[in-house]
Ligand binder design. Structure first.
Ligand code: VG1
Ligand code: CO
Length: 543
């Protein structure tokens, strides 16, 4: 098979965001677009020669074609081997696991995560490093620099490789090993959690509904929940991954997982509901008529992790992204655990986990995970919850109420304003940034500003500094407003406003979150003057 060197030119805007490069699928399908980016990845890591990679994706439109292109480019660049999930499928946490257990040099994950899929929707590529985690900023900067200087890429000519059956083939000198995407992942889960206890709870009548949202977690959830834990067939709905996710928006929140929410509030509601996102790294947990905010979920996992065999010796420390509520901080303080605050995006947790500082991390955006891989992990969180409920013989609602009683409640919500004009949204935040230093001591909605800044993070392990990670305004009573622009969208700008207010209890713990947060919401609107800048007074999505 012949290797050709194809002449190309830099393509504008191939800068990875919060989690990989995401663009409209049509953009990715343009001539040289995917090829330039893949070559830039190989160049940035010092070439692919002699290296082994993992490859898989969430099954969205173009996943299959992109896999063939990447394989031929890996072969042309001299890679030794690529381990591919059957059908070119792998959830993000399963890919991270394969990178780690096979000690590969990294992996390429084809996904735009929670962004919708299809010919007119989004596609994306993430590169994960040898530790199994998302490329750190130093590497994504290098990749971007390569895309700006690229003049050629290498391609092997040849037929498509059959990725539909497990086994090993060759592409030129490169080995291609097609593996079952679920097997190693399911085996790892069985080691971490008490499958007997969860299985007994299910056999005793505990009912689960898992919504895979026609994305990658379907096959994983069917194997683990139905085949191994004995939940009845049909426990997993929307279980077949589809190229357009069945038209669904695979973002596990009360707005996009409405079907699940409706069921959990019905007379026939199961005991436990969960949903996952496009690439399987996020989770929403719901009880009967009980929504668990992701920040509370993280705090509860921190409080009870030792219920699960994989964590029976306790946690080494915890970390949360800056916008995530401070509920987990309270658990850490009580248990004497170190608690780290990082910028948004899982790539910032990698160093902390590699250095052994933390083994539980979470984000307010429905992402939780541990050091079993270097990604957030949706099904892991579901199993952790089930293990805790089985060990404590508790319902979701009782566990949550008990937690608030013990620690107080961090009321929390995120308001997203989507499809904003990027220039206007940026101007609004710049304007606010300019006023931050003068805010201290000022009073708004009966609250006094204690601290206001533009969050900057110094990684305690390698000393790298990440600036401009979100505006935060903290009040003397512990309430908080955080604002930043999304780094995962593909059109316009999305403003995320994160709102938090602490109530110690014992009274006032079971209010509606939006109601309890009303003064903080009003303060956010006043401080940033959202309506004047964007013309919008109401968010599009509230989680
Ligand atoms: C969002 C979330 C962030 C998450 C990121 C990737 O980023 O807020 O917490 O890490 O998505 O998750 P942003 O920049 O749009 O706020 V995933 O599941 O899309 O890989
Ligand atoms: Co995701």
């Amino acid at each position: 098979m012949s290797i050709t060197t194809v002449e190309t030119q830099p393509i504008q805007g191939q800068k990875p965001g919060t989690s990989g490069l995401r663009k409209k699928t049509q953009v990715f399908m343009q001539r040289h677009y995917l090829e330039n980016f893949a070559q830039a990845v190989f160049n940035a890591i010092g070439g692919a020669k002699g290296k082994t990679f993992v490859l898989g994706g969430d099954g969205r439109y173009f996943n299959d074609r992109a896999a063939q292109v990447i394989l031929r480019m890996a072969a042309a660049n001299g890679a030794k081997k690529v381990i591919v999930g059957q059908g070119a499928l792998l959830s993000t946490p399963a890919a991270s696991n394969l990178i780690r257990i096979n000690k590969t040099d990294g992996g390429l994950i084809m996904s735009a995560s929670h962004n919708p899929g299809g010919p007119d929707e989004d596609f994306g590529i993430k590169f994960n490093a040898a530790n199994g985690g998302p490329a750190p900023e130093s590497l994504t900067d290098k990749i971007f620099a390569e895309t700006e200087n690229i003049s050629e890429y290498k391609m092997m000519e040849g037929h498509d490789i059959d990725l539909d059956a497990p086994g090993t083939t060759k592409l030129g000198d490169m080995e291609v090993e097609v593996v079952d995407p679920v097997a190693d992942y399911a085996a790892m889960m069985e080691k971490l959690f008490d499958f007997d206890a969860i299985g007994q709870m299910i056999a005793g009548g505990f009912r689960i509904r898992f919504d895979a949202m026609c994305a990658i977690t379907g096959p994983y959830a069917v194997e683990i929940l139905e085949n191994r834990l004995g939940a009845p067939r049909g426990t997993v709905v929307n279980r077949i991954p589809l190229p357009d996710f069945g038209g669904m928006h695979p973002d596990p929140n009360p707005v996009w997982a409405k079907q699940l929410m409706d069921e959990m509030w019905s007379a026939e509601a199961p005991d436990f509901g969960a949903a996952s996102d496009g690439d399987g790294d996020r989770n929403m947990i719901v009880g009967r008529e009980t929504y668990v905010s992701p920040s509370d979920s993280l705090a509860i996992l921190a409080a009870h992790a030792d219920s699960a065999p994989g964590y029976k010796d306790g946690l080494s420390g915890v970390a949360r992204s800056m916008p995530t509520s401070q509920a987990v901080d309270r658990v850490a303080a009580k248990k004497g655990l170190d608690c780290f605050e990082t910028p948004t995006g899982w790539k910032f947790f990698g160093n902390l986990m590699d250095a052994g500082h933390v083994n539980l991390c979470g984000e307010e955006s429905f992402g939780t995970g541990s050091d079993h891989v270097r990604e957030k992990d949706g099904l892991w969180a579901v199993l952790m919850w089930l293990n805790i409920l089985a060990a404590r013989k508790s319902s979701v609602g009782d566990l949550l109420a008990g937690h608030w009683k013990e620690y107080g409640r961090n009321y929390y919500s995120r308001h997203d304003f989507e499809g904003l004009d990027t220039a206007k949204a940026t101007a609004m935040l710049d304007d606010l940034k300019g006023r931050l230093t003068g805010l201290k001591g000022s009073e708004i909605e009966g609250m006094t500003v204690a601290h206001a800044d533009d969050f900057a993070y110094t990684d305690p392990v390698d000393g790298s500094v990440s600036k401009g990670q979100g505006i935060r305004i903290v009040f003397e009573d512990g309430s908080r407003i955080v604002m930043r622009l999304s780094g995962t969208g593909t059109t316009g700008a999305t403003l995320r406003v994160y709102l938090e207010r602490y109530v110690a209890g014992p009274d006032g713990l079971d209010r509606d979150a939006q109601e309890a947060l009303a003064p903080v919401i009003r303060a956010a609107h006043q401080l940033a003057d959202i309506e004047r800048h964007t013309g919008r007074s109401e968010p599009d999505v509230i989680t």
